[in-house]
Write a protein that binds this ligand. Structure first.
Ligand code: FES
Ligand code: FES
Length: 182
């Protein structure tokens, strides 16, 4: 049976337009009320850096920032993101230049297949804003919310501690320069 224009209107009518800010840009797309934010980001907005593993909030692969705070995009409906700020792993490398956290992962070989990496990066980025100088135990505790089947975690922990140390050193150097000019 062929589709009529009325059929198309009905299908469109079942879907709702969602507008949000994705990585600093105003975006909009259609979703059904049952659609997950993770699927909306990937399939409707085309930001496929966010991965989907368990869809149960367990693996952490789908982690994004929701209004600046890390959260599982598979545990949120797309309609709940209306008007909110969503940041994904693509936002860590604006203009395709890797951020310092990503560079640290590269230096320490903190990924293999990379499936878990986007989510881990988003959790680490949020965590380091709140805990800029963590201990190894704190980093391991934070990472316990993520499942990686490849790396064994040791290089990931090393990368996070490395970037934290570099940021602290650069902050202290800045403060020294400021004090010298005071
Ligand atoms: S896909 Fe969301 S936590 Fe696993
Ligand atoms: S690098 Fe493969 S699952 Fe983490």
């Amino acid at each position: 049976m062929s589709n009529t224009s009325e059929d198309n209107i009905m299908r469109q009518g079942d879907r709702q337009c969602i507008a949000l800010t994705l990585n600093g840009r105003e975006r909009s797309g259609y979703c059904e009320p049952r659609d997950l934010l993770s699927d909306f980001i990937r399939h409707e907005l085309g930001a496929t850096g966010t991965h989907v593993g368990c869809e149960h909030g367990v693996c952490g692969a789908c982690t994004v920032h929701i209004d600046g705070v890390a959260g599982r995009s598979c545990l949120m409906l797309a309609v709940q993101a209306q008007g909110r700020r969503i940041d994904t792993v693509e936002g860590l490398a604006p203009d395709m230049v890797l951020g310092d956290l990503q560079q640290a992962f590269q230096r320490h070989h903190a990924l293999q297949c990379g499936f878990c990496t986007a989510g881990i990066l988003m959790s680490c980025a949020d965590y380091l804003k709140r805990v800029p100088d963590p201990t190894e135990a704190q980093v391991r505790d934070m990472l316990s919310g993520h499942l990686c089947r490849c790396t064994g975690y040791t290089p990931i922990v090393a990368a996070v501690l490395d970037v934290a140390a570099r940021r602290q050193a650069s902050k202290q150097a800045g403060e020294t320069v400021e004090a010298a000019h005071a």
